[in-house]
Every structure is written in C-alpha cells, then in structure tokens.
Design a protein around this ligand. Structure first.
Ligand code: GTQ
Length: 378
C-alpha cells in the first residue's frame, strides 16, 4: 500500500474518500475502539480500498546459469527421500514473497532437481501443481496411476487431489524442471491438505502415456472409452514439438496479439478452458524484432524462457532474458516484451488467471499512448 502520509493522493480529498481531520477527541475515541478489537474505518479506508491494485510483489528475475548451479549443489547435499522434494524455491524479491513462499502473488515456484535413478516419494495435496521441463532425459511423473514421460519444454499437470510421484529412469540424465503450484492461494484460503502414499511410488494402473495419447489431439475427442468426468484437463502433458507447431501454424494465418505476439493457452480440450482450476498456462512466440505494446491486468504471471533472447519491461524495470531464465509480472503492472534475437523467442508462462476469472475480477488495460510503450522505462 502506498504511504499516504508521505505521498498524499490528491484524489483522496474528494467526497467519497476518507478525509477526516483528526483531533484529540477522535484520537481518544480510536484508543477506546482499540480496546474493543475495533477501529475507525475512515483511518484505514483509503489504504484498504486503493484506487487500483497495488501489488506487494516486485518484478524479479532468476538467471538459469546461477539457479542451475544451485540446483546441482542441492543434489549433492540432500536426498529427495529426505527433502520430500529436492526443490530450490524461487522467492519473490519482496517481504510478501519471503513471508508467503511466493514467486509472485498466489503462486509458488521452485526448481526440482533429480539424478538418474532417483524418485520423489508419492504424495497428494489440495494444491494444484504443474511443471515445465528445462533439462535432462528420462524424467517421468505418475499421476493417479498414469505414468507420463517428460521431455524438454513439455508442460505437465498434477491437478489438485491427485497422487503423484516423480522420478528419472536409471538410464536418464540429471533433470531440472520448474514447478508451479498454488500453495500461497491454498494457504490464504486455509484449504491446504497433504497426505503421503502408503508406498514410496505408485503402481502403474494404465499403459504409459495413456492420457496424452488419448486426449492430446485438440481436434479429436476419443470415444468408446469411459467419459472423463474430472474438472481438469485429461491431457496431463503438452508436448513441446506440438506446442511449437501450433504457434507456427497460428502465425501463418494471424498477426497475433499486440501485447503478447502469438500466444496459445494450454487448454482442457474437452472444454477449451484452462487445464487446471486455479492456474493457467500459455506458450507465446515473439517473432524476431517484435516489440509488443504494453498492457496490464489483474493476476500474476511467471515466465520461463523456452527459447530465444530478449528483454521485458515490467513496471518500469528492464529484465534481459535468455533460455530458461525465469521472471515474473506482478498483478496490474505494465509490461511489454522484446525479442532481440535473430530467431523466434518462445516464452512459457503460468498464471493465476482462472482464479481471477472465477471471481469476476480479471481486468485488463492497454497503455494509452501513441507508441503503446511505457515512456519512463526505455
Ligand atoms: O511435486 O507436488 O516444488 O508438493 C513443491 C511442493 C513440488 C510437487 C514443489 C510440491 C511439489
């Protein structure tokens, strides 16, 4: 919240805002209210009802060069069986980030590192999880008995309430992937439950990759198998090659979004909606030289550079990025992206938009200048 004492907002002088001038009698009254677990609304009204959202989170970047080394150090220091998950948590560079274990807003993120032959013990929580695979070979996850193989730049789901365990096959290579969970949201809502599976890993109850092979084709809906009745996407993993092809195809026939270039949602193919109930994800493609227009919206976004190089300007701060760097856009902050490389840049991102939409508070605004760019930032 802005400190109105230091930096008064002239709009707060008008009728409809709190503009009471304190005097000794009022001060005494405030003291009395305090003794009854009560307070004067007008003392805090302008702070708790800001004119527009004021994020407690800041644009933060995590450089993969540095984070990768830290992940490899963690591999030498702890076993996944003892750590629960061997994860380096990404903390937003803010008090709220450190206090809430948040990468940004309602979102948690961490880098999970596993060696060939290791497993993460099977567990279950009300938090939803999703992963973006950055490097390695032989990674897999098992979601409610369905095994799914994971390749580079694949996006994979672990919906709320599903049993899940992960691992890297004995013949694989050290893997690092980014986890995204709604842990801060679940803890704020006081809805976070956790359980461990009776065995370290789940028994496979289905053929490997059965869900993506059944449901992974956007235009074809499988028939003759039991109907999917869960509130999340049955695809479970969205493969990189198919995602990139979808964007290339879109770019053949469309100019894309002025704010995001060519952008596609990882959707539940049965509904067209988000894949998970509380978190959404996108892959976007920025053509060489593209400089998007600035916009802002409610909801928080965490980006992982799938390919390419460039920079983004977020709330007036320039963040240069290259492959697998991670950065975030806090709620209601202006942002724009620039591809400075010679090839296409691909940005993976995940967000809390489904929550904003479900609550009717997904609000978006384009920057109203001729260029569309943030004037102070460049
Ligand atoms: O794999 O479900 O990075 O529960 C942190 C907490 C991953 C997971 C994390 C988790 C998970």
């Amino acid at each position: 919240m802005s400190d109105t004492a230091i930096n008064p907002d002239p709009r707060d002088a008008q009728l409809g805002r709190s503009r009471v001038v304190d005097n000794p009698e009022l001060e005494a009254f405030y003291g009395e209210l305090g003794q009854h677990n009560a307070a004067a609304f007008w003392k805090r009204a302008n702070a708790i009802e800001p004119w527009e959202p004021e994020s407690r989170y800041s644009p933060t970047v995590w450089r993969y060069d540095e984070m990768r080394d830290l992940c490899l150090r963690a591999i030498d220091l702890v076993r996944p069986e003892d750590a629960g998950r061997r994860v380096v948590v990404l903390l937003n560079d803010s008090e709220a980030g450190r206090a809430n274990s948040a990468v940004c807003g309602w979102l948690f993120s961490g880098l999970q590192a596993m060696k060939a032959g290791e497993i993460t013990p099977a567990h279950n929580h009300t938090a939803s999880a999703q992963r973006f695979i950055m490097e390695g070979a032989g990674a897999y996850t098992v979601v409610d008995g369905h095994e799914i193989e994971l390749g580079g730049n694949d996006y994979v789901l672990t919906p709320n309430g599903c049993w899940h365990d992960h691992g890297v096959s004995v013949s694989g290579k050290t893997c690092i992937w980014q986890d995204g969970l709604d842990i801060p949201l679940m803890n704020s809502l006081e809805t976070n439950f956790y359980a461990v599976y009776p065995e370290p890993t789940q028994t496979r109850a289905f053929p490997a990759n059965d869900l993506p092979l059944s449901y992974g084709s956007v235009a074809m809906k499988p028939e003759g198998i039991p109907a999917w009745d869960k509130p999340y996407s049955p695809v479970m993993v969205y493969r990189w090659e198919a995602t990139r092809d979808a964007l290339w195809n879109l770019a053949k026939v469309s100019d894309g979004s002025p704010f995001d270039g060519h952008i596609m949602r990882y959707s539940n193919p049965l509904t067209g909606g988000w894949a998970l109930q509380t978190m959404g994800a996108h892959m976007q493609m920025l053509k060489p030289g593209l400089h998007t227009k600035a916009h802002r919206h409610t909801g928080n976004v965490v980006y992982n550079v799938a390919e390419g190089e460039g920079y983004s300007v977020i709330g007036g701060k320039r963040i240069d990025w290259k492959q697998h760097d991670i950065f975030c856009v806090p709620a209601w902050m202006w942002h724009e992206h620039v591809n400075t490389g010679s090839g296409e840049a691909f940005l993976f991102s995940f967000n809390d938009f489904p929550v904003m939409e479900a609550l009717g508070v997904k609000i978006e605004q384009a920057l109203d200048t001729n260029s569309g760019h943030q004037p102070a930032a460049l």
